[in-house]
Every structure is written in C-alpha cells, then in structure tokens.
Design a protein around this ligand. Sequence first.
Ligand code: BJW
Length: 246
Amino acid sequence: MDRLPVDDDTWVLVLTGAGVSAESGIPTFRDAQGLWETHPVEKVASPEGFREDPMLVWRFYSQRRAGAARCVPNPGHDALVTLEKRLGQRFLLATQNVDGLHRRAGSERVVEMHGNLFKTRCSLCARAPFDDADVYAEGTVPACGECQARGQFAPLRPHIVWFGELLDPDDIGSINDFIRAGRSHKLLFLAVGTSGAVYPAAGLVNQVKAAGGSAWLVNRDPPENAAHFDRFFQGPSGVLLPQLIG
Ligand code: BJW
C-alpha cells in the first residue's frame, strides 16, 4: 500500500469527520443507523430546536456525553498522533468531531471546528465556554449561574456549532493561516471519515487545491466531494491510516 508522501518540506492539513471515530463506537450522522436517522437534526442540533425544546436538546447531548465518555481512541486516531510528532508545526488537524477523542489520543495541534461535546456555554451572556462533562437528568435544563446572580434566567447550551451558526473566526483563521503558510511548500490535504456534505469543512479540499496542494482521502464510502481528491483509499480509517502513515 502507498505511504503518505511526507518529506521535510511537506505541510499536512488533516480534516476528520465522524467516520474516524466510528471504530471507537461513536455513531456517525448520515450513515444507516446514524444519529440523524433517530434524532431529527432540526430538533436537536439547531438554534431553533433549542429555543423550542431545550430539554430535548439536553437529553440528546447528555446521552452523547455519556456514550462518548465510555469510548476510547482507535488506531486511526493514534496514527494521526504519530504523523503530528513527525511534522511538528507543519501539521494541523481540523476536526469536525466534537467527541474529544483526538486530544485524548494525544493530538495537540487540533482545531475543533464544530465545538466540543464536553464544553458548555451560556445561551445569553458572553462568558467563556467551560469544561462540563455533566450528564443532566432527564427533563433538566441547566441555568447560567452568572446570569442567575444578576437576576436573569438563561439556559446553558452545549458548546457545539449547529447548522446556520458561524464557526469560531479564530478556528477558521488558524486553518486559513496554515494553508497560506503551506503554499510555499508541499501542501497535502488528508480528509478522513467525512461525507463531504457540510460546509465550510467540505470546501477545504478546494481551498488546498487552489493553493497548489494535493488531496488524499480515506473514507468508507465515496463522499459528496470525492471528485476533488487526487487519491482515494476506500475502507476503515482505523486500518488504513496506520498503513498510510506507518
Ligand atoms: C468511515 C468509517 C470508517 C464511516 N472509516 N470512514 C455552502 C453551500 C451550501 C450550504 C452551506 C454552505 N456554507 C454553509 C452552508 C450551510 C451549512 C451546510 O453545510 N449545509 C449543508 C448540509 C448543505 N453549514 C453551516 O450551517 C455551518 N455554518 C456556517 O457555514 O455558517 C455560515 C453560513 C450559514 C448558512 C448559510 C451559509 C453560511 C455550520 C455547520 C455545523 C455542522 N454541525 C454538525 C452538528 C453538530 C451536532 C453535534 O455533533 O452534536 O456537525 S452537522 C454534523 O455534520 C456534525 C458533523 O461534524 C458534520 C459533518 O458530518 P461528518 O463528520 O461528515 O459525518 P457523516 O455522518 O456525514 O459522514 C461520516 C462519513 O464517514 C461517511 O462518509 C462514511 O462513509 C464514513 N465512515 N465509518 C472511514 N470506519
């Protein structure tokens, strides 16, 4: 099997999606038996859904927290740690995953584009998102203590980027800076375990190609944006990434 073509002048931007955590036991979104099949996305993962029924949303995220806390990183996560160790600052991992498994595996140069399942923030005030692994009891909506101290009730919400919400500009900035810096080197994009259906992540391949880079893909099924990649390795990332990275 081919190895990822990495030398001293190669900069690697990795994009991961739910597929990379599938072998750890975390459900994907759009596959058969994926999360969206049993949980309507507009009800559990949209600002409108949260306004309408915050209890339902917290039940969904509490279950997800409990599930993800029981899972452990798989050899695909580990292979990306190996790659980062080899490349140092010539490596950046942009993940759409909110499960925290990349950091638990040991990845450090990570941008969590869609937030983090184990962080919470206030739906009203500007306090910084905080670590929160609580699994809230059925029928509960946690309230912001800081707003409460000011005599106002404000529901806390998961620190997740829902559809229609903007990604953190600092996160987008880090990814764009990396692509800009990589332009004068051998820039390589590696997408893993993502359906290529959700933007702006699905457009990163085009950004890298426009910057003169090449694009490799590891996925179980052909994603929506498959045509933009130079190489496609079809199969489970927990098996293929260790082979590609060595
Ligand atoms: C394996 C495997 C194994 C399985 N090994 N592989 C441009 C054009 C059109 C629309 C838009 C656009 N720009 C923005 C939009 C709107 C929207 C969007 O993209 N809509 C599309 C659906 C068309 N984007 C947004 O709203 C974003 N915000 C934004 O851009 O703001 C500005 C703006 C707004 C509106 C209009 C224009 C501009 C925010 C997106 C936030 C996404 N959030 C979610 C929900 C988080 C909830 C949560 O986690 O609790 O993030 S959606 C969900 O999808 C989640 C994921 O991170 C994301 C991507 O899913 P992913 O990871 O690809 O998973 P799956 O399940 O889809 O695929 C798994 C893949 O793995 C499959 O291919 C399998 O084959 C594979 N696989 N096992 C390897 N073992």
